[in-house]
Design a protein around this ligand. Structure first.
Ligand SMILES: NC(=O)C1=CN([C@@H]2O[C@H](COP(=O)(O)OP(=O)(O)OC[C@H]3O[C@@H](n4cnc5c(N)ncnc54)[C@H](O)[C@@H]3O)[C@@H](O)[C@H]2O)[C@@H](O)CC1
Ligand SMILES: Nc1ncnc2c1ncn2[C@@H]1O[C@H](COP(=O)(O)OP(=O)(O)O)[C@@H](O)[C@H]1O
Ligand SMILES: [K+]
Length: 503
């Protein structure tokens, strides 16, 4: 699924109107109907005692007016407050005239900000994708009043004051802190960034049959990898006469004294990820552990008891993963360097392998094309630079993957998979229960399994692994709850998660 800019979103609306031979008013009615559908599904069992619709002067306000009419017709108590402006959009004017006369409609004035009771549900239809400058004056006062009141807010399309795809030009200007945001057609880039979470709240995208042709042709680096209604990336079925070489022989280098658990988790994920064969290289202290916990895997114990000091001979493997629990011993750094210099097969680098790369940046020049790196934000900062703004971090991601011709899985709530051509795919699955030690090790094992799979290209394998990993987290949390989820639960749910992604 593509993610478009605010400008492209306007062009998409225009294209939809032209291609479907409808009026802009009809499209606005579709948007309002979609909002009503969401509203009824969400609130039918606990109807708000009071619904206050705040309408700005543009088409976002027009959506609000149309929704107010539909809510009234559906029997909800509705009040409308209008933000005064010099100019109003034609479809706003039209929908204002369509409001039933019995509805309370009032123009906002500076000295009469609306009274907001705790059980009021506010619908924020002040500004959407047409926001052209930070909020000021009466609009800013209203939004501050709203945020201070603590009432529930449903934002139409975008929380007012928030830019859909760019950082806020004035960090001091107020932005609506919505409880829910219901948007149209496609998600907005702003929804996926941690810095906007307090504004966007729980977000949803409703289908309003926008032009599929325009979306297919639109150029954008941003994508959203969805699981439903059908997965954006799919795993081929196993053939009846399949042999294990199709799924590859993977080598995993992981663990150091006190961190052999990382090797256990990553190897478990690799096995459950469907790898044909797995060999795990561990320090001597990990031998019994791997042989006991992962009897399906072969184990190569290092001569050193506490860390990995020797790179195994590589000729038998279709993919190599290195990093979980590795530690940063000089000998392990040398192993990493030798791996980067000699490997002829896909590589997956995580955790301490990334920290070593960050410490020895000259090694970045050795990365073979299509190497997959799986940093979290802290590890990514060590590889690049520390930044506070999420948009800036995404730019660094695109610069890094294009420069090094690699794939970077920037882990987080909406994990971003950056491709060597600069495209970025945000993941849709997963939950905060996965913010627990070892979740990343599980991802590494799963990426390694799918990189060893001879049927998949590098980007598909990586996107599939990220999607399945998050889905495994969602399946696991349904049993354990989020707090009770541990990384081993992810391993156990990889099988069903991959099954859900089967073509
Ligand atoms: N174009 C269409 O056909 C559709 C548009 N839709 C809705 O229309 C919205 C976009 O509508 P518009 O392009 O009219 O834009 P908005 O309604 O988001 O806002 C634009 C209006 O606000 C003013 N404005 C912008 N920033 C301001 C600020 N900081 N302070 C005060 N005034 C400000 C502009 O001068 C303009 O009058 C979408 O977010 C969506 O809600 C939906 O109805 C779907 C169909
Ligand atoms: N709030 C969240 N929502 C969804 N996924 C999350 C969330 N927090 C963490 N995750 C996922 O869990 C994994 C954590 O990886 P990482 O930070 O490397 O943990 P660790 O080093 O403890 O294994 C990543 O895949 C990340 O995307
Ligand atoms: K809005």
């Amino acid at each position: 699924m593509k993610i478009l800019t605010a400008t492209q979103t306007h062009q998409l609306d225009e294209a939809t109107i032209q291609q479907q031979h409808i009026t802009s008013l009809a499209l606005m009615e579709r948007a309002a109907q979609a909002l009503l559908r969401w509203f009824e599904a969400r609130f039918h069992a606990d109807k708000p005692a009071d619904t206050l619709v705040l309408c700005g002067p543009g088409n976002n306000g027009g959506d609000g007016l149309a929704l107010a009419r539909l809510l009234h017709e559906a029997g909800y108590p509705v009040r409308v407050v209008l933000l005064p402006a010099d100019k109003y959009a034609p479809d706003y004017e039209h929908n204002l005239h369509l409001l039933p006369k019995v509805l309370s409609v009032r123009k906002l004035a500076a000295k009469s900000l609306p009274i907001l009771d705790a059980d009021t549900l506010v619908i924020d239809a002040l500004f959407g994708t047409g926001l052209s400058r930070p909020l000021s004056g009466l609009a800013a006062d209203l939004v501050c009043h709203l945020n201070d009141s603590g009432v529930r807010v449903l934002a139409v399309d975008v929380p007012s004051g928030l830019l859909a795809n760019a950082p806020q030009p004035d960090p001091k200007a107020p932005v609506v802190q919505a409880t829910y945001t219901v948007s149209f057609g496609l998600p907005k880039l702003a929804f996926l960034l941690p810095q906007n979470a307090r504004y966007v709240g729980e977000w949803h995208v409703e289908d309003i049959q926008l032009s599929a042709k325009f979306i297919a042709e639109a150029a954008t680096p941003w994508h959203f990898t969805a699981l439903a209604p059908s997965p954006d990336v799919q795993l081929p079925q196993r053939r009846q006469f399949a042999y294990k070489n199709v799924y590859g022989h993977a080598l995993l280098l992981a663990g150091s004294r006190g961190k052999v658990g990382a090797a256990v988790l990553a190897s478990g994920a690799c096995l459950r990820g469907g790898v044909g064969l797995l060999t795990v290289a561990v320090p001597g202290c990990g031998y019994d552990i791997i042989q006991t916990t992962r009897p399906e895997a072969m184990c190569l114990p290092d001569a050193e008891a506490d860390f990995i000091s020797v790179l195994p001979e590589l000729t038998s493997y279709q993919a190599v993963g290195i990093g979980p629990g590795l530690g940063q011993h000089e000998a392990s750094r040398a192993v990493l360097e030798q791996l980067l210099r000699t490997a002829q097969v896909p590589l997956v680098l995580d955790a301490d392998a990334l920290n070593l790369l960050g410490e020895h940046r000259e090694l970045l020049d050795l990365l073979p094309p299509d190497t997959v790196l799986t940093p979290h934000v802290g590890e990514f900062a060590r590889l690049t630079e520390k930044v506070d703004d999420d948009y800036r971090r995404l730019q660094l991601l695109r610069d890094f993957t294009q420069k090094h011709k690699c794939i970077v899985v920037l882990k987080g709530a909406y994990t971003a998979v950056g491709a060597p051509n600069g495209q970025v795919y945000f993941n849709s699955t997963g939950n905060p229960g996965m913010a627990t030690g070892g979740s990343g090790d599980v991802l590494t094992g799963l990426v390694l399994a799918l990189r060893a799979d001879q049927r998949l290209d590098a980007l598909t394998a990586t996107r599939l692994a990220v999607l399945a990993h998050g889905h495994a987290g969602d399946l696991a949390a349904a049993h354990t709850g989020q707090a009770g989820l541990v990384a081993g639960d992810l391993v156990r749910h990889i099988g069903p998660a991959l099954q859900a992604l089967m073509r």
